[in-house]
Structure formats: C-alpha cells, structure tokens
Design a binder for this molecule. Sequence first.
Ligand code: KG4
Ligand code: ZN
Length: 334
Amino acid sequence: MNEELILAIETSCDETSAAVIRGGKETCSNIVSSQIDVHERFGGVVPEIASRKHVETITRIIETAIKESGYEAKDLSAIAVTEGPGLVGALLVGNVAAKSLALALNIPLIATHHIAGHIYASRLEHEMAFPSLALVVSGGHTELVLLPQEGVFHIVGRTRDDAVGEAYDKVARALKLPYPGGPHIDRLAHEAEEELVLPRAWLEQDSYDFSFSGLKSAVLAAINQHRMKGIELNEAALAKGFQQSVIDVLVTKALRAAKQYHVKQLILCGGVAANRGLRAELATACDRAQLELIVPSPKLCTDNAAMIGAAASIKYRLAQFSGLDMKADPGLSL
Ligand code: KG4
Ligand code: ZN
C-alpha cells in the first residue's frame, strides 16, 4: 500500500508552520517560522500582530515545506490544518490556506485538533502503545489526556485557571525576565542553592485537575513584600520554589492517573516539556513505577506542523474529512 502524504499547516498561535508527513510517522519536512522576536517587546503574543505575520509568511512556508520534502504538490494525498483551539485570527490564516490548496489540488481536507497534534508528535520518533496517558503542558494548555486506543481522547484532568506555561511567563515577567519566561525560570531554578518553599494546589483528593493561580499569586506577593521592605530578593530561590511546586503536582498527579488507568506509556508534550527539572523528575518517577516515558525532542514539543500531520494521519485512514465550509474554532474541545 502506498503510504499517504499529508501537507500539514499550523498557525494557532505565534508559529507559522508547514510540514509534509508520510505514513503518519516520517517527517519529510517541517518548516517553522517563529514570531517570538516580534512579540517579545510586548511581553506576550499580540493576536492582531500574530495574524498579520501569518499572512505575510504562510505562502513561503508552505512552498518551502513542499520543496524540502522532495515531493511535488501533485503527490499530496490530503491537506491537514489546525482547526482549534487557538487565536481565531491566527487559525483563520492557516484554514484559508489549507482550504484553497485542497480545492486547487482536489484532495481531502483534514481538520485537526491542536492538542491531538501535541500528543501525536510522539509518533514521529517513537512507537505508541495503548492505553496511553499524555501530560500536555504548554503556554495555553495543561491537560492529562487518556488515550484508551488509537485516536480516542478522554481528558481526565485540566487546569482550572492558568496553564503551566502561562504561570511561568507571568512569574518571569514579575521578575523582569524576557518573554517567553519558562526557560529563564528553569535556568534560575537550576542555579539556585536555596529554595523558597511555596504552596502546592492538590485540590480535591481524587481530582486530576490543576490550579496554578494561587501559586502565581504567592510568588507575586513574595516579590512585592521584598520590594516594599527594600530587602533584596533571592530570585533563584524563588524560581526554584515555584518550579518545584509545579513539578511536584504535575508528576504526582500524572503518575497516579497512569496507575489508575493501567497505561502502557506516559507521554510528556507541549512547550513546557522542555523544562529540565520536569523531565528529570518525571523520568525518575516513571523508572520507579516501571512505566515507559516518551518525550518528543524539543523541536517537536513546541508548536509545529509535523505534529498536526501525524495526528491527521489517523483521520485520513478513517476517511474523516472536512468540507470546505469547515470553520476555525478557537475553543474547540478534544
Ligand atoms: O507549546 P508552546 O511552544 O506554545 C503553546 O502552544 O503555548 O509552549 C510555550 C510555553 C511558554 O509558556 C514557555 O514559557 C514555556 O512553554 N516553556 C518553558 C520552557 N521552555 C518553554 N517552561 C518551562 N521551562 C522551560 N524550559
Ligand atoms: Zn501548542
């Protein structure tokens, strides 16, 4: 059987990306253009600017992805695109491009969920085994997703307020560190010799949900107290305390859910999966529980189109295609 060749497009936030994926596993090309330098000076993503930047770059990115794949547009089996969730204006740019291509080439359109993409990034480097549990941690998401079988997603826990990456970015901002702040807090936490112990939000005993706004407020209160009293703040100790609180809750809940659902694998994905402390502590906990841990490489953890192509391949095989009237959905549920 000839394996399907999918051109995937991802524009849900501040990365413009296109990729060509063969058979759901092989990355023929994966082009990512980041807008971070444009948004950096505003301390976060500005939706209107993101949309405009996508419009400026999308055509070139798609052309490059096809060229670098070694294939031609006529070889493509389908066009996949992130339907949601994300910024509506940003999603629309990718959606219009995908529909135009599907129409021009007369091939199917596959609407793909962004989180399904983050999870299926795993398949580009590893064998997936079911049931599987994914801990999805990014700037917009914090979710524990159970996959009882291929292509089936049950959210067993989610954040009730801030996403982990969002909390990292807000704490970094309060410490006057550049955007995105996650890597800076991660570095500070590693340099720390002391730890300022901060609260952990465990919520109800059986809950797999998360909450990070209380922790964020505790950090902001500590910063303000020091400033008001004119005492020098041990920023590294604060970063370590924040990071340790986040890691303790994420690792404990992920391992508890993995045990309850008898999963064969734990997948750590999303931009925050780059966090050294989280990777190390999750690896130790999984080792102890004799559970396989999969962490896609950093370039597949942050937003990219290859992951969308990998997730879309499941839908391709089930012929789950969308019409050209498909609408980008910023609040799309999994
Ligand atoms: O998945 P991603 O690239 O974009 C979203 O879909 O949100 O994730 C970006 C987020 C940002 O909040 C960034 O601060 C965070 O991932 N991040 C980190 C680290 N590297 C990136 N957070 C903690 N530690 C890191 N090393
Ligand atoms: Zn993402």
